[in-house]
Design a protein around this ligand. Sequence first.
Ligand code: SF4
Length: 74
Amino acid sequence: MKCPFLTEMTVVFCRAYPIRKFVPKARVQTASPCNHEKYVACPLFQEISRRLKEIHEEKAELEEGGKALKAGGA
Ligand code: SF4
């Protein structure tokens, strides 16, 4: 028999935020930018997106450099 205080609920959290804060899904407001296409205006979303873009660009540059080295016979 389980404790009567034990309960289950669906929660949501932001993967971009450094600390995981679980919010019951029922408490997320429909007007929240997280739950709407306005998420693109979120400063956290913009910062993480910028960093991811930089990482992809750096990776592409490194791969190009590696290809150039191989083509040069190194
Ligand atoms: S909108 Fe911002 S706070 Fe909301 S989930 Fe996206 S990154 Fe996180």
